[in-house]
Write a protein that binds this ligand. Structure first.
Ligand SMILES: Nc1ncnc2c1ncn2[C@@H]1O[C@H](COP(=O)(O)OP(=O)(O)OP(=O)(O)O)[C@@H](O)[C@H]1O
Length: 307
């Protein structure tokens, strides 16, 4: 394996005033951010917000129009052959050698980076594909292929790992298993830049998240601080057979009441008095309380409307 000396300190990624336009579309509109070494950094945002553009500029796959980008202390553009082995990249359209088996595919990728055969077996095991190692890539299921793409990003033990919606096609078990793999990688000191549409995932895994809207970072902090600074709305869910929408709307302190299946959902900034009022009308049996989650904050920031 190429022995690139590891810079002991300095951030993993620094973007400063980065712009990227496609015609009139501002895919990156003056983005500045720093990802620390060892950090698990999440990028969130609606479709077309500019996440892939940002990540691909960090990976050296696209060139910024202006601004500066530093990855492990180097400029990723023009592509730097010394930098590439230190990066692990899984994209939404990762290339495969489809006529090879999963194991052969991974061996080929490993050979490109100078990683050994033991790394291939270890990485197949890590993503739960050992028993599918002899299956041809084009015969793997969508989720198995996705796990192989993740394995290909990890096999050479890169310092900085870019994962673009890695759990999109995974079943719940595989998704949770990948979470553990990622936590272990973080525990081993790797830096992870992670794009996802799963807010629960970002909340569970990421040290910090950046929320991208129309090419700009509109929020950047730990999930907990974003939640604390954002929505203070509490939702009370009351069985609809005991409280009508009109009754709910009549309770002082209720900002909004909606029906969701067999529950009436009351949104309030002050849950105590509202709970007391609900108790008087309907009793508290079966009443559930939901405090704000990262998803609420995300929906507020991206203007996608409340659920
Ligand atoms: N090569 C390109 N040529 C023209 N427009 C592009 C190109 N690549 C991306 N865009 C546009 O730039 C914007 C940002 O796209 P990007 O793929 O970065 O968004 P994203 O946040 O990754 O979206 P998604 O969540 O759907 O993957 C979109 O409006 C997209 O249509």
């Amino acid at each position: 394996m190429t022995s690139t000396p590891r810079a002991p300190d300095g951030p993993a990624v620094v973007l400063d005033g980065v712009h990227k336009h496609y015609g009139d579309t501002r895919a990156a509109d003056g983005v500045s951010l720093t990802v620390a070494r060892g950090e698990f950094f999440g990028l969130l945002g609606p479709n077309g917000a500019g996440k892939t553009t940002l990540v691909e500029m960090m990976e050296g796959l696209r060139r910024a129009d202006s601004g500066t980008i530093s990855v492990l202390g180097h400029s990723p553009w023009p592509r730097d052959v010394k930098l590439l082995p230190r990066l692990g990249v899984q994209t939404q359209a990762s290339p495969f050698f489809v006529r090879l088996t999963a194991r052969e595919h991974l061996r080929t990728v490993a050979a490109l980076y100078g990683a050994d055969r033991a790394a291939v077996a270890r990485t197949l095991e890590m993503v739960g594909l050992t028993e599918h190692g002899d299956v041809r890539v084009d015969d793997l299921s969508g989720g198995q292929r996705q796990r192989l793409a993740i394995a290909a990003a990890l096999v050479h033990e890169p310092e900085l790992i870019f994962l673009d919606e890695p759990t999109a096609a995974l079943d719940p078990q595989a998704r949770r298993a990948l979470w553990q793999v990622l936590r272990d990688l973080k525990g081993a000191g790797r830096t992870i830049v992670y794009t996802t549409h799963h807010l629960d995932e970002a909340e569970a895994l990421c040290d910090r998240v950046g929320i991208v809207v129309r090419g700009r970072i509109t929020a950047l902090d730990t999930p907990n601080r974003l939640i604390a600074a954002g929505s203070t709305t509490t939702r009370l869910l009351v069985p609809a057979d005991r409280l009508t929408l009109a009754e709910a709307e009549g309770i002082e302190g209720v900002r909004r009441a909606t029906e969701d299946g067999d529950m009436v959902v009351l949104e309030t900034l002050d849950s105590g008095p509202v709970l007391a009022a609900v108790d008087k009308i309907a009793g508290l049996r079966g009443v559930q309380t939901r405090t704000a989650s990262l998803e609420d904050v995300y929906l507020e920031l991206t203007g996608s409307g409340a659920p």
